[in-house]
Design a binder for this molecule. Structure first.
Ligand code: NAD
Length: 352
């Protein structure tokens, strides 16, 4: 199968591509604008494959998207390109509206015209898989409730509102035009190649450098954590075996308070890189994020029952692997932190 994957140079997209190249016979066509979050170095281990094609294209650029569809003739789209960082969406929502809403609309329109012209056999097999977040559901009431596929949307941040909008567009393109779409809503991911602005890599790298570990509010926010490679396996299962028109929630059954996650990282570092003063002494509580949701948790029963997907990592196994990965890949981290991945990547994009 030929998969067109938007946002393939990002954290989750690159995990999907590494999974597809390593475990299937499929080809990937990566469509990525290479914003600050796109890093071709996360794809270095698979970019030599003949089944790997990279296109530096903005999903808001209709003409360029049309060229890519025409040239590569994809059999399915996995749409991961997005502005994804909540704090950035609070400081500057415009890029979130542009990419997450206008970009998704543009991609849907190009995919629809392309799909309409396919012969009946290819048309019936075509899939448009939209990758979204559990943040579209907003805050959960109480300690027991779980997000299901029926939970009403109530987004709190510009990021989650823009993702909710894109989910609605995808559903409308299914209902109105018959485009064969699927949607997945996933909880917080963690794992290798995660950009250091996000909680887990930020804590690991700051701790190693003896810098403060900034924790919002009292660190009581609860998130469900899923290892990115489990998410990649789930996404591939959905695009290949999911039922058209359906939504699947994806989660790791790993609800943790943020402060618990930070303490776990400190304890692992204490074991792996002992320091003279405890890493926990670096924890610094900072003013909470405006509109910060307290608790997210996913009921991933549907994807388990209907598609047989279950996560392979527990939080303990996944976080240990992740801390080890950051310890062993300091060069990748250094190049992200000092910006060299951005300065040199134009040359790399042209080579691949
Ligand atoms: P990311 O920020 O790491 O990567 C996003 C990628 O999209 C980058 O490579 C970037 O260059 C690219 N991109 C941004 N704007 C673009 C545009 N206009 N045109 C083309 N490419 C563009 O994000 P991620 O964490 O890998 O998330 C991927 C998807 O999964 C997003 O849609 C996000 O909403 C969703 N999601 C993320 C999480 C999580 O925990 N990270 C959880 C659930 C869902």
């Amino acid at each position: 199968m030929k998969l067109l994957i938007t946002g393939g140079a990002g954290f989750i997209g690159s995990a999907v591509i590494r999974h597809v190249i390593a475990n299937t016979a499929d080809s990937v066509i990566i469509v990525d604008k290479l914003t600050y979050a796109g890093n071709l170095e996360s794809l270095a281990e698979v970019s030599d494959s003949e089944r790997y094609h990279f296109e530096q294209v903005d999903i808001c650029d209709r003409a360029e998207l049309e060229r890519v569809f025409k040239q590569h003739q994809p059999e399915a789209v996995m749409h991961l390109a997005a502005e994804s960082h909540v704090d950035r969406s609070i400081d500057g929502p415009a890029a979130f509206i542009e990419t997450n809403i206008v970009g998704t609309y543009t991609l849907l329109e190009v995919a629809r015209s392309y799909w309409r012209e396919l012969d009946e056999k290819r048309k019936s097999r075509f899939r448009f898989h939209h990758i979204s977040t559990d943040e579209v559901f907003g805050d959960l009431d109480g300690p027991e409730a779980l997000f299901t596929e029926q939970t009403p949307y109530a987004p709190s941040s510009p990021y989650s509102a823009s993702k909710a909008s894109s989910d609605h567009l995808v559903r409308a393109w299914r209902r109105t035009y018959g485009l064969p779409t699927l949607i997945t809503n996933c909880s917080n991911n963690y794992g290798p190649y995660h950009f250091p602005e996000k909680l887990i890599p930020l804590m690991i790298l700051n701790a190693l450098e003896g810098k403060p570990l900034p924790v919002y509010g009292k660190g009581e926010q609860i998130r469900d954590w899923l290892h990115v490679e489990d998410h990649a396996r789930a996404l591939y299962r959905v695009v290949t075996e999911g039922k058209v028109g359906e939504t699947y929630n994806i989660g790791g059954h790993n609800e943790k308070q943020n402060i618990e996650v930070v303490h776990t990282i400190c304890a692992l570092l204490e074991e792996l890189v002992p320091s003279s003063s405890p890493y926990t002494s670096l924890i610094t509580y900072v003013a909470d994020r405006p509109g910060h949701d307290l608790r997210y948790a996913i009921d991933a029963g549907k994807i388990q029952r209907e598609l047989g997907w279950v996560p392979q990592e527990t939080f303990d196994s996944g976080i240990r692997k992740t801390v080890l990965w950051y310890l062993e890949n300091q060069e990748w981290c250094r190049r992200v932190q000092d910006g060299s991945y951005q300065r040199e990547r134009l040359g790399m994009a042209n080579e691949v």
